[in-house]
Design a binder for this molecule. Structure first.
Ligand SMILES: [Zn+2]
Length: 121
């Protein structure tokens, strides 16, 4: 299995989010649940996403939506967060994401992994 390169997993609730996501920053995240087998805890990724401005605020919108844990990392720019989101999207199969991650409005970012945003001529 690939690794996410994100920190966590942490419990997906408001208190934990405030405790561990203390910077107001762009970021990428993964939602899912944990499975414990022989003292080894594995994080099962079920959904990947990003926040262009505030990953703390974005994660809180997911509380109570069926995911028990999250992982995240800060990124210095929305573009970097987008590229991480794309990499996660392409690394992990069977995600709940129905569609390829979208760009922010008015940006010409390209997916580092596929031609999803290449102009069709
Ligand atoms: Zn792609």
């Amino acid at each position: 299995m690939p690794t996410t390169g994100l920190r966590g997993p942490y419990k997906l609730d408001n208190n934990t989010i405030d405790k561990v996501v203390t910077k107001k920053s762009a970021g990428a995240y993964a939602l899912g649940h944990t499975r414990k087998e022989k003292e080894v805890t594995t994080f099962i990724v079920e959904y990947v996403g990003r926040a262009d401005k505030d990953v703390n605020d974005r994660l809180k919108k997911w509380v109570g939506k069926g995911y028990s844990h999250f992982k995240f990392e800060y990124y210095g720019s929305p573009k970097a967060a987008f590229e991480k989101e794309c990499n996660l999207y392409h690394d992990w199969k069977n995600l709940d994401n129905k569609q390829h991650p979208d760009r922010s409005k008015d940006k010409d970012w390209q997916c580092p992994r596929c031609d999803a945003f290449k102009e069709k001529k």
